[in-house]
Design a binder for this molecule. Structure first.
Ligand code: NDP
Length: 336
């Protein structure tokens, strides 16, 4: 057996504002053969996700910051190449948090064997994985949708947003989505079949646009973006509306304190419920998600898109592309 060469992306410096290629290093490492109780895994796909931007900053959060000079981490699906571990066989597909590298050796902790069936392997990083769970629990647990209600979704053509839109439709809601490009709006309206969608970049008066597309007001605003989107939604929310606060991507690269919406008073007068959440809060209930989502996928009730870039060297560009809207659906990097 020979040693294995693997390329990985390390965090070279902490980004200030929008990340740039200079913040990342592509490094080649040599891995030793797996020892007793260890497996060698080749990553096939890795995920880039907006939350990783938060981990690039040195501040206290719900997950520790990435260390400088070390390989980044994130969701990945790979295949076991060699196993000296009783729970893994050569050829098994595994989900891990050891993305941003081509190969790794592990003692098996944090690895989960997955069986691609109704959905392709990489869907475990998207619709059948973390983003899908985020959509499912955020909408159903916090949003509590009821048939006939209006659900407004920002970043609606993204990994999380597009699943929120479709679950809301399955629950009998009227769904309105906002996205930043014409092809995204067309996909939402014509293929996913939501009730209305618009390009927020072409609508200077966001409040008026949201109001126009939600003539009966908003009962649930699924918050992915923050800033002007939140302000517009607050203005159009109905009494007793719910706002699952999933993310605020428009603020992640801010270098100065950003102004809060000017109309937060609506929370009181309209008796709104805003609740932040982290998908890992629902880890113990993941079974509920799979029990419903996998049959929906098998039945063709949930559709999805992927934007796939190839090669570990392209991973930083894929990550940066999340902040310029380069992705329709889930942004992924194909490694092998
Ligand atoms: P997406 O697939 O939605 O990709 C990000 C999208 O955000 C881009 O394609 C872009 O679409 C949009 N966007 C980027 N910058 C801006 C901006 N300044 N203003 C408006 N839209 C912008 O990513 P995910 O589905 O993975 O994540 C969506 C949100 O959910 C993020 O806020 C993320 O942090 C959050 N999240 C939260 C989790 C949790 O546990 N709470 C777990 C997973 C995700 P467009 O073309 O429409 O502008």
């Amino acid at each position: 057996m020979t040693n294995i060469t693997s390329r990985e992306i390390r965090l070279k410096q902490r980004p200030v504002g929008m990340p740039t290629p200079d913040d990342f290093d592509l490094t080649t490492v040599t891995l030793a053969e797996p020892g007793a109780g260890e497996v060698l895994v080749q990553n096939l796909y890795m995920s880039v996700d907006p939350y990783m931007r938060g981990r690039m900053a040195d501040r206290k959060s719900y997950v520790p910051p990435f260390a400088l000079g070390e390989a980044l981490q994130g969701g990945a699906v790979g295949q076991v190449v060699r196993s000296n571990h009783p729970n893994f066989q050569s050829g098994d597909y595994v989900l891990s948090m050891l993305g941003w590298r081509e190969y790794f050796v592990s003692d098996g902790r944090g690895l989960r064997v997955i069986t691609p069936g109704g959905a392709p392997l990489q869907a475990f990083l998207g619709v059948a994985g973390m983003p899908g769970q985020t959509a499912y629990f955020g909408l159903l647990d916090i949003g509590q949708p009821k048939a006939g209600e209006t659900v407004f979704v920002s970043a609606a053509a993204g990994a999380v947003g597009s699943v929120v839109c479709q679950i809301a439709k399955l629950k009998g809601c009227r769904v309105v989505g906002s996205a930043g490009a014409a092809d995204k709006v067309a996909w939402l309206r014509d293929e996913i079949g939501i009730d209305a969608a618009f390009n927020y970049k072409e609508n200077a008066d966001l409040k008026a646009t949201v109001a126009e597309h939600c003539p009966n007001g908003i009962d649930i605003y699924f918050e992915n973006v923050g800033g002007a989107h939140l302000e517009a939604a607050l203005a159009v929310m109905n009494n007793h509306g719910r706002i699952p606060v999933c993310g605020m991507i428009s603020l992640y690269n801010a270098t100065t304190a950003t102004a809060a919406p000017t109309n937060l008073g609506n929370i009181i007068g309209k008796r709104l419920k805003l609740q932040g959440f982290i998908v890992t809060d629902y880890q113990a209930r993941a079974g509920e998600f799979y029990a419903e989502m996998l049959p929906w996928i098998a039945a063709g009730k949930i559709k999805w898109q992927e934007t796939i870039v190839e090669g570990i060297d392209q991973a930083p560009a894929a990550f940066m592309g999340l902040f310029t809207g380069d992705n329709l659906g889930k942004m992924l990097v194909k490694l092998a």
